[in-house]
Design a protein around this ligand. Structure first.
Ligand SMILES: Cc1cc2nc3c(=O)[nH]c(=O)nc-3n(C[C@H](O)[C@H](O)[C@H](O)COP(=O)(O)OP(=O)(O)OC[C@H]3O[C@@H](n4cnc5c(N)ncnc54)[C@H](O)[C@@H]3O)c2cc1C
Length: 388
């Protein structure tokens, strides 16, 4: 009997725990088990994330998910308190700043229309305004910028720990074991099997395996367009200090940088092959990133590369967007993956929405039906242009 559950989640990252938390919070009474193969979360995406939270997406579904999640993150420390002790997540609202050149300005003009129609409070600045907003920048090549004030970053590790703690208190069981296969019978899931050969039964199995989710799904013959994609972040220190805390700033090249206490974190989504690669490429920083930084501000000319880290995106190579739904060809099989670099910020909304779908068979809070797995078959892709 102990191996029987009502719902099994493969993965113990932010998607799995947000889902389990929301299920219990919203009244689910079944037995939930989460299976996590990496008990220290060494390679999981969540703790390796940069923790960026923004509203500035180009599609309605992503903007709505951002708006919901932003509200959750604003009061997350209180909501996740245990025995009166707040869950500290270090949420800094320093904003997101997008620097616009001749090429990117018209694209942003279109995105801004969608954003303002949905109530996103972005501020468009011309070249002069951008210069006075961020005095150390070289703005010569810029037309202006867009600032998203209701944005910033929080500490992903602390957020994950808060979800885990609450989820355990609410009654979920965590098994620190690898799932090697999802069990199926006549078009329905029946449970999972661990690397030790143990079987755990449940009529509902959720694939929340992040960058590993595509591979897991393929084992039961269900292909989803998700692959692991390496991303690198570098922590630097500059000799000349910037006047103000640097917001999450996006250069027109796609490179970004932001202040984190006395340091600056820099990243760039360069093209790399798919795969489970965690090697930090310092040469890439020196040869590709540093020249762009130095061109953007003379403050970056003399800098010290202090450290860096890599992590894997759960990358949806079809339309760079989340896949959150049941599967029409496999009863009881649900998927929550493919976030392509915006999963941390959307986790509160994603967990809430999938909880509703599982409990009620419909969405109540946000209609995320465009993110269903069926879109790949019907070719109704949700192409998000604002992903980095
Ligand atoms: C460098 C980097 C920067 C990022 N920056 C941002 C950002 O600024 N803002 C933002 O919103 N998002 C960002 N992201 C994306 C975000 O981190 C991810 O979308 C999100 O963490 C995905 O959560 P997850 O729970 O699906 O995946 P994970 O955290 O990877 O959790 C999945 C878990 O499943 C486990 N697992 C996998 N297979 C099995 C199995 N067979 N059996 C048992 N367990 C298994 C894994 O060990 C893992 O712990 C970033 C990601 C990276 C890598």
């Amino acid at each position: 009997m102990t191996n029987n559950y009502d719902l099994i989640i493969v993965g113990g990252g932010i998607m799995a725990t947000s889902l389990a938390y929301n299920l219990y919070k919203d009244g689910y009474t079944g037995k939930i088990a989460l299976f996590e193969k990496d008990s220290k979360y060494e390679y999981s995406s969540t703790p390796r994330s940069e923790g960026g939270i923004r509203q500035t997406f180009s599609t309605e579904v992503n903007i709505r998910m951002s708006q919901y999640s932003y509200q959750v993150y604003k009061q997350f420390e209180e909501e996740m308190a245990v025995d009166g002790e707040k869950a500290h997540i270090d949420f800094h609202e320093n904003g997101y700043l997008y620097l616009l050149d001749k090429k990117s300005k018209p694209i942003f003009d279109d995105i801004l229309k969608v954003q303002s129609s949905l109530g996103v409070k972005t501020k468009l600045m011309d070249q002069m305004e951008t210069q006075s907003f961020f005095p150390e920048l070289n703005v010569e090549d810029l037309e202006g910028s867009v600032f998203d004030p209701e944005a910033g970053n929080a500490d992903p590790y602390s957020v994950l720990q808060a979800y885990i703690r609450k989820t355990k208190i609410l009654g979920a069981t965590f098994h620190y074991e690898e799932i090697t296969s999802i069990l199926t019978e006549r078009g329905k899931v029946t449970g999972v099997q661990t690397i030790n050969g143990d079987k755990y039964l449940a009529p509902v199995v959720v694939n929340a395996a992040g960058p590993w989710s595509g591979e897991l799904s393929a084992k039961i013959g269900i292909e989803i367009p998700v692959k692991p994609l390496k991303r690198q972040l570098f922590s630097i220190d500059t000799q000349q200090k910037f006047q103000n805390e640097i917001p999450f700033t996006f250069d027109p090249t796609g490179l970004h940088f932001r202040g984190e206490r006395s340091k600056i974190v820099v990243g760039w989504a360069n093209e790399v092959p798919y795969g489970y690669d965690f090697k930090l490429d310092k040469q890439f920083f020196e040869e590709e990133i540093w020249p762009i930084l130095a061109g953007r501000s003379s403050h970056f000319e003399q800098l010290k590369l202090e450290s860096g880290w890599t992590g894997l995106y759960d990358y949806n190579y079809a339309d760079h967007n989340a896949i959150i739904s049941g599967h029409p060809e496999m009863g009881g099989y649900y998927i929550i993956t493919g976030f392509s670099g915006h999963g941390f910020q959307h986790a509160p909304a994603a967990g809430k929405a999938l909880s509703e779908l599982i409990r009620l068979g419909r969405f109540e809070t946000i209609d995320i039906s465009p993110l269903s797995v069926e879109r790949f078959k019907t070719n109704n892709l949700v192409v998000e242009t604002a992903v980095y």
